[in-house]
Design a protein around this ligand. Structure first.
Ligand code: HEC
Ligand code: HEC
Length: 269
């Protein structure tokens, strides 16, 4: 079995094992439609589950104007225009609403007893209602990152060779090392999965929570990729998918990929 197949098989096995465990412990799964007709009910149920099962999510809706008002407390770190003020914090402008929403649900769940704290987001998300999380997610998704003024958070200068290596890895992967092409899940232009908004025949959008990576802060990308690789992201089925990919990345690949993604401008194609 190639390293790639092995990691994909592992992700599938982890899911199957985790899923069975969740069911036998009497937990609610997002797949269980009889008890979870809407995402709101799903989100409430998942606050108590060991991880979020996002394989059958439906598109979220929210009030962008209400989100704008609620975003005042976020602007200190994520920027007034949704572009983070420092490299270590993620930008939120233009990110898919579903990804932002489910990340907030995960942070909120971590505030429950036994949760894994992610400062500063866990305590901040604990105070958000489901409607707050939807409104904020929809507000940030509607912000155009290309329209935001340049920020002070300058990326570490990257060499032309590094950017080239990052681009190649993103577009083609490296079968020899078991690295799949990132574009298969994050889009050829890194704006998210190409089927993010396509509903299946049951009205579900399983790829809506696959994030856009274009123009994201380099230091944040490095941090996240190392966390997935090191098994520190175990909160959702989407975490398991990404962790299965990241196990094959070494530090140099993480640096190259992050530098290239951060260098992409939102305005260009
Ligand atoms: C004190 C600074 C601070 C404030 C205030 C703050 N955040 Fe964050 N936020 C962070 C940091 C740091 C992270 C990265 C945490 C991690 O490692 O997962 C983060 C991560 C996130 C993420 C995950 C994004 C991604 O791409 O993975 C979302 C969504 C988010 N914050 C939304 C919000 C919202 C909405 C608010 C306001 C209610 C808010 N944040 C307030 C610092 C802050
Ligand atoms: C099989 C699908 C798949 C492939 C291939 C894939 N990813 Fe992901 N990636 C995901 C999913 C799903 C998530 C969301 C995980 C979560 O919920 O935190 C994700 C999350 C991420 C994040 C976190 C973004 C944020 O704002 O928090 C980064 C960074 C990332 N991926 C980079 C990459 C890179 C670089 C590659 C190529 C080496 C890659 N991904 C390949 C599915 C994939």
């Amino acid at each position: 079995m190639s390293p790639l197949m092995r990691s994909v098989a592992c992700a599938a096995l982890c899911l199957a094992a985790g899923h069975a465990g969740a069911q036998s412990a009497g937990q609610t799964s997002a797949l269980d439609e009889s008890s979870a007709g809407t995402n709101t009910q799903v989100a409430a149920a998942l606050l108590h589950a060991p991880y979020s099962d996002l394989r059958a999510i439906r598109p979220i809706a929210g009030d962008a104007e209400a989100g704008r008002r609620k975003s005042e407390s976020c602007a200190g770190c994520h920027g007034e225009h949704g572009i983070a003020i420092v490299q270590e914090f993620p930008s939120l402008a233009g990110q898919h609403a579903d990804f932002t929403y489910w990340q907030l649900v995960e942070y909120k769940r971590d505030a429950m007893p036994g949760g894994q704290m992610t400062p500063p987001m866990t305590p901040l998300a604990a105070d958000l209602s489901d409607a707050d999380m939807r409104d904020l997610a929809v507000y940030y998704a509607g912000l155009d990152p290309a329209a935001a003024p340049a920020t002070e958070a300058a990326a570490r200068p990257a060499t032309a060779e590094q950017l080239q290596r990052g681009e190649l890895l993103y577009l083609s992967g490296d079968p020899g090392r078991g690295i799949p092409p990132c574009q298969g899940c994050h889009g050829s232009d890194a704006r998210g999965h190409r089927d993010a908004l396509r509903r299946d025949r049951n009205g579900r959008t399983p790829y809506a929570a696959y994030p856009a990576l274009r123009g994201q802060q380099a230091a944040y990308l490095r941090l996240k990729l190392a966390e997935y690789r090191d098994g520190k992201q175990q909160d959702s089925t989407t975490d398991f998918v990404m962790s299965g990919v990241a196990v094959a990345l070494d530090d140099a690949s993480i640096q190259d990929l992050s530098a290239w993604l951060a260098s992409l401008s939102w305005a260009a194609n």
